[in-house]
Design a protein around this ligand. Structure first.
Ligand code: GRG
Length: 292
């Protein structure tokens, strides 16, 4: 295990404790609703957004407990988006994180409700945080905006709209990637900066945006080169369905070059910040080289 692996696992463990506390306290009836929420939350996943939030909180020297509820709320939003994305009328995927998708276990109706329930609960958590002061209000609003109709939902809507287009326009592709993927990564990274009075706000925002683009580029590459065993979901679907992807626009090898470019931009941005950014740099390389 490398130093990076150890640190990443440490952050995952910290977050999994926050999440377990949340699940233990969750009061929710009927039982099937609770089971369906917890099923997807506990399926695992890389937890990259909470890990980034914790790492940036550490870099800025803010108390980890001040971001714990934000990290849970953001992972709830991310998990809801995956449940809804897997639905037959969206991406129609039977597997997620190597296990049957939420709707394959609980049925489509219950999966819609599980997603709705996670989103709604995330908002309730964020509302509660607002009682802690102005920075908490701003951070909550930032997360809502990244997830909403000027963020992830806009990206998903554009993705659906352009699904059957015969050509791929770079501007539209950028819009989809920025909103569908980068916005939640921006929410993860920018939240600690807002709580810290806006320290390194624009640098962190640019870093997170570029990391989000890199994340989506590697996602598109993995759809071509990845395996079900590693990814825990179907591969080759985007290509087969003629989806709007970076590989379709640039071709596989240019897509990799572009990923390297975004990787360099992220590293350069981190080099301009004071403090120990080694873990964040390694996270960028991890996203570039990821196999899942
Ligand atoms: C349905 C509102 C709505 C939005 C869906 C999440 C999403 C938006 C679509 C899924 C397809 C996709 C390629 C999204 C881009 C973001 C992405 C790569 C999500 C997967 O995130 P990971 O890899 O997942 O962090 P884990 O399982 O590790 O948590």
């Amino acid at each position: 295990m490398t130093d990076f692996d150890i640190k990443y696992a440490e952050y995952q463990k910290i977050f999994d404790e926050y999440l377990s506390n949340f699940c233990d306290k969750l009061v929710c009836e009927p039982q099937i609703l609770k089971e369906s929420l917890i099923y997807s939350l506990k399926l695992g996943g890389k937890r990259v957004r909470p890990v980034l939030m914790l790492a940036i909180a550490d870099l800025l020297g803010i108390d980890r407990t001040s971001i714990s509820n934000f990290a849970v709320a953001l992972e709830l939003i991310h998990t809801y988006s995956l449940i809804h994305d897997d639905l037959p009328e969206m991406d129609n995927d039977d597997f997620r994180r190597g296990k049957p998708s939420n709707h394959k276990v609980f049925g489509v109706g219950n999966a819609v409700l599980a997603g709705d329930g996670l989103l709604n609960t995330a908002y309730s958590i964020l509302f509660n945080e607002c009682f802690n002061g102005n920075e908490y209000i701003s951070a909550s609003k930032y997360i809502c905006d990244c997830a909403g109709i000027s963020g992830m939902i806009a990206g998903q809507s554009a993705d659906l709209l352009h699904e059957n287009d015969t050509t791929v326009d770079e501007k539209i592709l950028d819009f989809i990637h920025l909103n569908k993927t980068a916005k939640l990564i921006m929410a993860a990274c920018v939240t600690p900066s807002i709580l810290c009075g806006g320290k390194y706000y624009s640098e962190i925002k640019t870093f997170a945006r570029d990391l989000g683009f890199l994340f989506q580029l590697t996602d598109d590459i993995l759809d071509v080169e990845g395996s079900f065993e590693n990814l825990g979901k179907s591969v080759g679907k985007d290509g087969a369905e003629g989806k709007y992807t970076a590989v379709r626009l640039y071709g596989l090898s240019d897509c990799k070059l572009r990923a390297d470019l975004f990787c360099d931009r992220c590293i350069k941005m981190l080099e301009g910040l004071d403090g120990d950014t080694q873990f964040l740099k390694d996270t960028v390389y991890f996203v570039r080289q990821r196999i899942n």
